[in-house]
Each structure stands twice: as structure tokens, then as C-alpha cells.
Design a protein around this ligand. Structure first.
Ligand SMILES: C[S@@+](CC[C@H](N)C(=O)[O-])C[C@H]1O[C@@H](n2cnc3c(N)ncnc32)[C@H](O)[C@@H]1O
Length: 279
């Protein structure tokens, strides 16, 4: 039997990774505040438009889009039941009845054809094992003339929040660089590849812009440490260390975060591609 699409990602996001993101939802939401501002400005959502939030996670962007398009509707789609539960609870709490959530894989989900004006995604479009199938499927969900607006990570080296995390936690190890172009955070890190992908899957007016919103990881060093010491990237980097090295690595993390403390909180640099295109 053929393996189902994105099975590894489904296991991670509907398992430990999603549970971790769900627990730390507040930290992730604060850290991506400036990213959502960039994305929503580019999307220029108008009242009455219908929006799909791809890889919506705990629904921060979904709810903001819901406020922008009401009475239009926003659907968040995600693989993680834990994060979707957050999103649903927040939509109910905020009385956002034009927002709903679907637990499904956007690569294969049978969207109603031509049912959305806009697809938005903050860091949710890089995980597909068949990018051609996924972007074709998303295009069929868009109305003719509809637009897609994505933020995707640039390569690791351009993302200070990751290079600093790795500097703190390396403890003398030569850490492997994660691959570009395979399903994962850097799946769309090569802009030439993304441009070709969108062109061959039927999109036009493709623009890819360098954007570098700052990431505020905490209001002070302790809150930044409480967040970053618990994220999946940190867990992964601590995994094969002995007890003493773990303690040393976490102490390093606190010191590195102190180097980035500002009156506005602990702020680290990021680099993304802002990808826009039309159907
Ligand atoms: C890095 S998180 C970003 C979450 C959210 N957009 C945010 O900004 O906090 C990536 C999200 O994409 C979702 N995702 C990954 N592959 C997906 C797929 N094939 N279909 C739907 N969601 C997917 C994951 O479950 C996860 O919630």
C-alpha cells in the first residue's frame, strides 16, 4: 500500500511537536507578532473576502484575518489536533463566528474548488513531501484571480534566532546544517526553487521579497529562557548531551539571551521570504 502523504509530518505535528507548540502557544505567538504584521500587510485583506490559513497552528493569524475580513470567513487548516483545539477555544472566546478550523493535510484535502480569495500562511507551507501536489491543490481552492501570501524561512545562516540558539547549545560539537528543499523549516528556503514551483503549479505574478522581522522571544531574559529552553529545536540539540553538558548548554543559552536584551525585551534577528502570487 502506498504510504499516506506527509506521514512523518503528521506523526510529529499531531504528536509531540504539536503538543509542544500547543503548550508554548503564547511564546510562539509573541515571537511571530512582527511576522504576522508583515504577512497581513502584504495580504491586504478586505471585508467580505474568504481566507484559508495554511498550517494555522494555534490560530493567531487565523483570528487576526477573521477580524480583517468579517463578514467573510476564515478557515484554518492544520495537522495538529492539539493546536487546533487552542484555535477553536480562542475563536469561541473571542466570539469570532466567521472563523473555523479543519484537521487535515492541505496537500490532499478536498477543498471546495474556487472557494477562497486568499491563502495565507505563516511558516506553514514548507513541510509538504510533494510540493507540486500541495501547491496545485491549494491553487484549486483559490478563486481565479485569488492570491497566495506566504512567509517561509530563509536558510539557517540568515536566521540569528537559530544561529544564536545553536551557538549557545553546541558545547564544542560541530552541529549538522539542516537540509534546504526537503520537508521541514527550510523546505522553501531557496527562492529560485519556490519561483519555479509556483510557476509550474499554475500561479502568476510571483514575487519573492527578503523580509527580516525581529523576533521578540521574551519581555526579559528569564521569560525568553523559559520559552526557548523548552522549544523542540532546543530539545533536539540537548538530546545527545550528558547531564553536565546539558546544564552547561542551558547556562550558555541564558548568557546568549542576555546579550540580546533590549528595553523592548529579548530580540533576535530573523530572515524570511515573503512570497506572493496569484491564481
Ligand atoms: C511552524 S508551525 C507554524 C504554525 C502557525 N502558522 C504559527 O505561525 O504559529 C507549522 C504548522 O504547519 C502545520 N502543517 C505542516 N504540514 C501541514 C500540512 N501538510 N497540512 C496542514 N498543516 C500542516 C503544522 O501542523 C504546524 O502547525
Amino acid at each position: 500500500m502506498a504510504s499516506p502523504a506527509n506521514e512523518g509530518m503528521r506523526q510529529a505535528w499531531d504528536g509531540l511537536e504539536g503538543a509542544n507548540w500547543s503548550e508554548l502557544a503564547e511564546g510562539f505567538e509573541r515571537a511571530s507578532t512582527e511576522h504576522r504584521i508583515v504577512l497581513l500587510r502584504a495580504a491586504a485583506l478586505a471585508p467580505g473576502e474568504d481566507v484559508l490559513d495554511l498550517g494555522c497552528g494555534s490560530g493567531a493569524l487565523t483570528l487576526e484575518a477573521g477580524a480583517a475580513v468579517a463578514p467573510g470567513r476564515v478557515v484554518g487548516i492544520d495537522l495538529s489536533s492539539a493546536m487546533l483545539a487552542n484555535g477553536r477555544a480562542r475563536a469561541v472566546g473571542a466570539g469570532r463566528s466567521n472563523v473555523s478550523f479543519v484537521h487535515a493535510d492541505a496537500q490532499v484535502y478536498a477543498f471546495e474548488p474556487a472557494s477562497f480569495d486568499v491563502v495565507v500562511s505563516n511558516a506553514g507551507a514548507m513541510f509538504f513531501d510533494d510540493q507540486n501536489a500541495a501547491f496545485t491543490n491549494l491553487r484549486t481552492a483559490l478563486k481565479p484571480g485569488g492570491r497566495i501570501v506566504l512567509l517561509v524561512w530563509q536558510v539557517l545562516e540568515n536566521n540569528e534566532w537559530l544561529t544564536e540558539l545553536r551557538r549557545a547549545l553546541a558545547i564544542g560539537r560541530d552541529l549538522p546544517t539542516p537540509p534546504v528543499g526537503t520537508p521541514g523549516p527550510f523546505g522553501l528556503a531557496d527562492p529560485d526553487h519556490t519561483r519555479d514551483l509556483l510557476a509550474r503549479t499554475g500561479y502568476g505574478s510571483i514575487r519573492i521579497e527578503d523580509t527580516r522581522p525581529p523576533m521578540r522571544v521574551g519581555h526579559d531574559v528569564e521569560s525568553a529562557y523559559a520559552f526557548l529552553s523548552r522549544i523542540g529545536n532546543t530539545r533536539g540539540l540537548l538530546d545527545d548531551l550528558g547531564a553536565d553538558d546539558r546544564i552547561a548548554a542551558l547556562n550558555n543559552l541564558r548568557s546568549v539571551l542576555a546579550e540580546h536584551a533590549t528595553p523592548q525585551g529579548v530580540v533576535l534577528g530573523t530572515a524570511s521570504w515573503l512570497v506572493t502570487a496569484t491564481h
